[in-house]
Design a protein around this ligand. Structure first.
Ligand code: NAD
Ligand code: ZN
Length: 249
């Protein structure tokens, strides 16, 4: 174990309650590209703003085309060593829940109970009506969309149907935000895994933890703007670093 990983092991051992906070970086080892790494999704296309989605049928069509183009990658993705290490921390009772910016459902797939995953940006593995909240499955939407590319509307209220994710410009989900805040305040160790920490308000949680007296640990391939306030920073692959530290393969 490297000296930094040994430091992390000691901090985990001493911690009473760990808040795990994950970003797209924990899922790259599962084959899902992140946004901001070189070659990530943003290098290829700008995200569609919520206002544009609501305003323009053409934008909705484009959003759904992109979602379906992503589908093979999303479906093939399985939890990796990093997800398994996080699930182990939850199972051991070290971590109570996982606050995630990810929309891929891989924490749940790795065995963290649904109620212990706090999704700040929603979930792309299903869709919902923006007005009444009715849930829709991606496959069913796709079957209809492929006929003439008409973007889906709700069968109950004719509201717009969108993947159950939070887009730029869309309000943050109240329940998950409150739970994430409570989890952050309850923690004495806040562990960031694979986030560039530039997307707010999500990126506000590590600083909140720090102000609240928790230790802050960041495991990320590249530097982040919060490295300077962290108690421990490890620039490495999450699977290796956390898998090795927690003893999970
Ligand atoms: P980001 O793309 O801004 O940053 C990811 C960070 O993870 C980068 O700094 C990168 O260096 C690091 N990283 C990548 N692979 C790593 C690895 N194997 N080990 C260690 N570090 C690694 O991601 P973000 O901060 O989560 O913000 C992007 C937003 O886009 C999120 O809010 C999320 O909603 C969405 N998104 C989600 C997914 C997903 O669900 N898997 C994928 C892409 C984007
Ligand atoms: Zn509806």
């Amino acid at each position: 174990m490297s000296p930094l990983a040994a430091d992390l092991r000691t901090m985990l051992d001493r911690a009473r309650r760990v808040a795990v906070f994950t970003g797209a970086g924990i899922s790259t080892e599962s084959g899902i590209p992140d946004f901001r790494s070189p070659g990530g999704m943003w290098a290829r296309m700008a995200p569609i703003d919520f206002r544009d989605f609501v305003r323009s049928e053409e934008m909705r069509r484009e959003a759904w085309r992109r979602r379906f183009a992503q589908d093979p990658v999303m479906r093939a993705a399985e939890p990796n060593r990093g997800h398994r290490a996080v699930a182990a921390l939850v199972r051991q009772g070290k971590a109570h829940s996982v606050i995630t910016q990810n929309i891929d459902g891989l924490h749940q797939a790795s065995g963290v109970p649904d109620r212990q995953v706090i999704e700040l940006h929603g979930n792309t593995t299903y869709a919902a009506c923006l007005d009444c909240g009715e849930r829709y499955e991606i496959d069913a939407i796709r079957a209809t969309f492929e006929k003439d590319e008409t973007p889906p509307v709700c069968a109950k209220c004719e509201g717009l149907v969108k993947t159950a994710t939070i887009s730029f410009g869309q309000a943050m989900p109240e329940g998950p935000m409150l739970r994430a805040e409570a989890e952050t305040r309850a923690a004495d160790l806040f562990l960031v895994l694979g986030s560039s920490l530039v997307v707010y308000p999500a990126a506000g949680f590590p600083a909140m933890a720090k102000r609240n007296g928790a230790a802050l640990v960041i495991v990320n391939r590249e530097p982040t703007p919060l490295d300077e306030i962290a108690d421990l920073v490890i620039h490495g692959q999450i699977g290796d670093v956390l898998g090795g530290t927690v003893g999970v393969n």
